[in-house]
Each structure stands twice: as C-alpha cells, then as structure tokens.
Design a protein around this ligand. Structure first.
Ligand SMILES: Cc1ncc(COP(=O)(O)O)c(C=O)c1O
Length: 356
C-alpha cells in the first residue's frame, strides 16, 4: 500500500538525536533555540517560540492574547479538532463561519456577519497547506480590532502574495509526525510582537523567568531537544521536500480526470501537506476509498465531520448549519503527495483514481 504519509528520516536525523542524547541536555539545551531561529527565518518573523505540540501552540497563543471566558473566537468548522479545542481550553466560545468550496478554507465574505461585541479573535486555518485569503481576513480583523491567530499547523513554508504564513498574525505550527516538518511531536508560535513572544516563553514553562520565581501561572508546554534536533534536520530539507510535494501535486493534477482536483489561485504558494480531491455529485465516497485501497493506494479523510457536528461541541454552540463544510466533509479524499513517492507510485495513484 502506498502510504498517505511517510516521514523521511535519514542519517542526519539519527545523528542529531544521538548528539542530543550524548550531550546530556535532553531539554532546554541548544537545539530548541536553534530551531526557533530557523522557524523565525522561514516565516520571516522576529520571534519563534517552540512548544510541545501544535495544540499547545494554539492554546498558548490564545492565553497570550488574553482570550478567555465570555469571549468569542471566529474560526472554520472544517479543521482538525485541535483548533476548536484550544478555544474551549481557555473558556471562550467558538463561532463557526462556513468555508469556500474551492479553497476548503474560511470564507472571508461571511466573517463580518459573525462578528459580535464579544468577538476577540479570528483563527483562520491554512488547511492542507493552502493559505487563506489573508487580505480579506486581515481587513475584517483590523476593522473590528480582533487578534489574528493563524492555524498554520499544516502549512509551514506556504506563502500568500509572496509572504510566509505565520507572519500575518500570531502563527501556530505543528511538528507532528506526519507534518511537512515532522519532529514526532512539537509546535511553534511565530510573531513579530516582542511582549507576546516573551509571554508565550514564560507561559510554556510555569511562568518562570528566573529559576523558581513565577510571574504568573503557566504550564509545561516545552519542546524537548530530541524533538528539536529531528525538526532541525528536517527543516534543512524543507525546500527540497516542498519542491517534491509541488511536483507530485502538479503530476496528479495533470493526469487525474475522474474527480475534482484542488485549484491553486495566483499568488498562493501551496505546500501540499495534503492533496485533496472531491468525489462530488452524490457519488459514493466509501466505495471510492475501498477501490483505492484495493488498488494499493492509501487515503485519508480530513475530516469526516466538521467540528460543529460533534456532540460535545453541538452542546456548547447549539445546532448550526454550515452547508459547504458539511458537504465537503462528505466528498473529500486525500491522496498520497508526500516527498517519498516514486514515479511508479504516482502512476499507480493516477490509474487507481481514474478507474473510479
Ligand atoms: C489544522 C491543525 N490544527 C492544529 C493541529 C494540532 O497539532 P498537534 O497535533 O501537533 O497538536 C493540527 C495537527 O494535526 C492541525 O492539522
């Protein structure tokens, strides 16, 4: 089976981990600081703060922006559940805005209508590695003085009009095992705001600046140096891997004819964390997935239900109708696009998909 994702771990990663093990500094050594510098470079931000996961990055960013009980945070329902859980962790209320058919991302033309006097922040998600329409999101955020927290968990290296995602607002990234820069587990917050970066740094380690002096209540959301070492070695190969993902996506789009393939707008630098097609028109997605598996092609459904349809979230936000997210959740199938694919793999994927 061609897997839907496959981290390419080589000698550099093994050597980097061994070096950390031998250094005796498994946490709070040099590697985390070096990784933060690299992320700030890649994202074009002044600061980057490493965390234990993408989820804790979002959680910290929300706390650092002062979001809490009584506040509303606008986001997309078509995302990994961590985006929404982070809002719930701080006691705020998620307010869902439907997505665009073409981009799978939050529909900026619908945001304005969701703003209330309680709205404090917007979390756009650059789903599958494809940037949101940031001009429109920034415009609305600016007009209502809202914090902008980008969920760029899937989108390291993606650009919007030449500018890296994670540099428009407070960026939150994931370094989970299947992400474009995998560390196993890990996260990163990017920002140009010195005070916000400082607050995130303190919050991730019990509010401690000087040893055993606590400025406020914090958490243990630290990244280990073992994870940072893997991520550093992977970041060295990010450009190469992204180029391969783009070439793979271009091949799939040029040859797949049986289903709706993803579109990329002018000025949007997609990094293809996922290559997601749609089985539209009421066709049977389960049957399509079965047939792909029989042909040896691994698939992913990201995500089978939008966030507002999970019972515990429905109980909190009530019954809402978001027809596009609901429809897309029924239609999407992600196909392998990772840099480990061979030409033979690509041909096998195309053949299996075009037989649907
Ligand atoms: C869109 C999105 N947000 C947040 C996260 C959370 O990241 P992590 O799994 O590193 O906690 C993920 C990871 O899957 C994600 O895809």
């Amino acid at each position: 089976m061609i897997p839907i994702s496959k981290p390419l771990i080589g000698e550099a990663e093994k050597k980097a981990v061994l070096e950390v093990l031998e250094s005796g500094m498994l946490v709070q050594g040099r590697r985390v600081a070096q990784l933060e510098e690299r992320f700030a470079e890649v994202c074009g931000t002044r600061y980057a703060v490493a965390t234990s996961s993408g989820t804790t990055a979002l959680h910290l960013a929300l706390i650092a922006h002062g979001i809490g009980p009584g506040d509303e945070v606008i986001t997309t329902p078509f995302t990994f559940i961590a985006t929404v859980n982070a809002i719930l962790f701080v006691g705020a209320q998620p307010v869902f805005v439907d997505v665009e058919e073409e981009s799978f991302n939050i529909d900026p033309s619908l945001i304005e209508a969701a703003v209330t006097p309680r709205t404090q922040a917007i979390i756009p998600v650059h789903l599958y590695g494809y940037p949101c329409d940031m001009d429109a999101v920034i415009e609305t955020a600016g007009r209502h003085n809202l914090a902008l927290i980008e969920d760029a968990a899937q989108a390291i290296g993606a650009t919007y009009k030449g500018r890296p995602v994670g540099s428009f607002g407070t960026g939150c990234f994931s370094l989970y095992a299947t992400k474009n820069v995998p560390a196993g587990e890990g996260g990163m917050i990017t920002t140009d705001n010195e005070a916000l970066a400082d607050r995130c740094r303190l919050l991730r380690s019990h509010g401690m600046r000087r040893r055993y002096h606590y400025e406020f209540m914090g958490y243990n959301f630290r990244m280990t140096d073992l994870h940072a070492a893997i991520a550093l070695a992977q970041t060295d190969r990010l450009e190469e891997f992204t180029a391969k993902r783009r070439a793979n996506a271009a091949y799939l789009s040029a040859h797949i004819t049986s289903v709706v393939t993803p579109q990329v707008r002018e000025g949007y630098g997609h990094v293809w964390h996922q290559y997601t097609v749609r089985v539209d028109g009421g066709r049977d997605r389960d049957a399509a997935v079965c047939s792909l598996h029989e042909a040896g092609v691994g698939t992913g459904i990201f995500y089978p239900a939008p966030a507002h349809q999970h019972d515990y979230i429905r109980n909190l936000v009530g019954q809402v109708s978001l027809p596009m997210a609901e429809r897309l959740a029924q239609e999407v199938i992600s196909l392998p696009v990772h840099p480990g694919l061979s030409q033979a793999d690509l041909e096998q994927i195309v053949e299996a998909v075009n037989r649907l």
